[in-house]
Write a protein that binds this ligand. Structure first.
Ligand SMILES: NC(=O)CC[C@H](N)C(=O)O
Length: 311
């Protein structure tokens, strides 16, 4: 583990924590509003499992949009590239993550990419299983294996809270149905329940850094040597992360930090230094574009200090 990182991480983290007050905890899912706005935690894991961590590392949070990366890879395993990209595009939008704006623009109903909500809902509909419960079970086990094997669980309060208030996501999903991106055989509410459940999988920064480590090593967990995800699918996921992992702030993050990352509205960020580190961050206060203000500041600081940019 890098000496500079071990020495300075606690200080860098506290300096970044000062940026939490620039953001606000998400409240459109009422249950998320209970998270501590001033929290900031990070775990950075190297290839033998050595970890350096700082801040609020025991805070549990839901994966929210971070889950979209892993459901994309599971859908790719289930359907192949042609099957997935028949339903969802490969382009960033520059719009908010829950925007409807471009859904009608190019190919009606086909979401621009799998990381905006409409695209992620389309991807979730492709996950194999004979019932919503079986699909959610497969997703949970997949995430759990990649996170190192310890049991993960769905936060039922967050799931119910999102499901009860998801008017926007419901309207996106019915629009997809109307345009046959969700096919005849697909029940919209079933797809939404699987989607809300994978968004509600609860995790901590250490588990998140292990998931990121598997991506940093192209789908094979360097600690166990076990291949979890085909390399090609990790390549696709990392490319999307770089292009649109931080919503419509992805360009700015690519310029400032230059590493693949995916954020969620709970304030979590999964990031990686390819071939070196898996990183999990949480800082529930979000900026205007839906990313953790303190978390982004910390990743940009680390990238600047340690020259992590891939560019
Ligand atoms: N940006 C996010 O993290 C969004 C995920 C959230 N579950 C939603 O669909 O609104």
């Amino acid at each position: 583990m890098n000496e500079q990182l071990i020495t300075h991480l606690p200080r860098w983290l506290e300096a970044s924590r000062a940026h939490a007050h620039e953001g606000k905890v998400a409240a459109y899912i009422p249950e998320l509003a209970k998270a501590p706005g001033n929290a900031l935690g990070i775990s950075i894991m190297g290839k033998t499992g050595e970890t350096v961590a700082a801040g609020d590392t025991s805070l549990m949070f839901t994966m929210q949009s971070i889950s979209k990366i892993f459901t994309l890879m599971l859908a790719l395993v289930d359907n192949g590239e042609d099957g997935v990209f028949a339903k969802v595009g490969m382009e960033p939008t520059g719009d908010d993550f829950n925007s409807m704006l471009k859904l009608e623009l190019v190919e009606p109903g086909k979401p621009f990419n799998p990381l905006i909500n409409a695209g992620a809902i389309a991807v979730t509909s492709l996950i194999h299983g004979s019932s919503p419960a079986e699909k959610s079970g497969r997703v949970l086990r997949y995430f759990q294996d990649i996170a190192g094997g310890a049991p993960l669980a769905i936060n039922e309060e967050v799931y119910r809270s999102e499901s009860a208030t998801a008017h926007r996501n419901r309207s996106l999903a019915y629009f997809l149905k109307d345009n046959e991106v969700l096919g005849e055989e697909i029940d919209v509410e079933d797809v939404l329940s699987v989607y809300f459940q994978h968004c509600s999988i609860e995790i901590n920064v250490e588990q998140l850094s292990r998931m990121a480590l598997v991506l940093a090593f192209n789908g094979t967990d360097p600690i166990t040597g076990r291949e979890h995800i085909p390399r090609r699918y990790v390549q696709i996921a990392k490319t999307f992360m770089l292009m649109c992992g931080m919503y419509n702030a992805s360009g700015e993050f690519a310029i400032r930090a230059g590493i693949p990352a995916k954020s969620g509205v709970s304030g979590g960020i999964l990031a990686m230094v390819p071939g070196i580190y898996g990183i999990g961050v949480v800082g529930p206060a979000l900026g205007a574009k839906g990313n953790s203000t303190a978390g982004v500041h910390l990743l940009e600081t680390l990238s600047g200090q340690l020259e992590w940019s891939m560019m």
